[in-house]
Design a protein around this ligand. Sequence first.
Ligand code: COA
Length: 263
Amino acid sequence: MSELVLCETRGAVAVLTLNRPEKLNALNYALVDRLKELLDTIESAADIRAVILTGAGDRAFSAGADITEFSETVRQGPDAAVRAFVRRGQSMTARIESFPKPVIVAVNGIAFGGGCEITEAAHLAVASEKASFAKPEINIGIPPTFGGTQRLPRLAGRKRALELLLTGDRFSAERAYEIGLVNRIVAHDDLLPSALELAGRILRHSSLAASRILTAVTRGLNAPIAEGLEIESEQFARMVPTHDMREALDAWLARRQPHYEGR
Ligand code: COA
């Protein structure tokens, strides 16, 4: 069996490629499990400081959960379906959302269902002009189950999200940009270079500071503001004793470039 998720490193960036192009990179259980395993490895790899997620082939980022496999699981009843399908998918998107290193999705084509939910969960997203999106779960009689009923309304606003969720209509990269689902749209051939360039602009800075920002935003966004401000204070306090914070301040005062640890 070929690798379900390819992993290559470009300097300090791991490029993960969903690799079932003959099935439009549909997310079967094995692929989801492999992606989570790779994220575990990347989390503890000190030399990897950012992740780009993309899809193999010229058509899709991912056409979503593997409907063939899912339709077998639902025959076993709601408990089995929630365990095998919903929990697995939700833990994948939650892992991406709360990953301590920046995760950038490079949307190279179709991002339907779970493919769209991965884009919603990622910290940043760059879309090819050929990318297309949809929340098509209603066509198979289910609500989205990898966080898609929760993150898109928070990201795009309730009415914009509900229109997409209730119609299942496809939408373009331009619409994805308008609703805040992707940060930018680029020519198809520029997709990976653009995602790498974006990663590079983050990697100029302290990775520890980036990680504290990711935690503050991700945890704070889902908390009442008073709690969010506490989270912000905690994340700041955790930076205070670090070499990176002292070095950043000293470098600013001396008008020189900082030299961070782990670079
Ligand atoms: N799960 C399992 N297999 C999928 C899949 C999915 N989500 N999406 C595509 N595939 C498979 C197809 O079965 C087909 O395999 P086959 O050649 O062995 O039959 C292959 O990928 C190519 O897809 P196909 O449907 O032939 O391409 P298309 O250009 O006609 O249509 C889509 C593309 C995306 C419109 C269509 O594949 C689709 O509707 N997919 C499901 C999207 C969806 O509902 N996702 C949410 C799931 S919760």
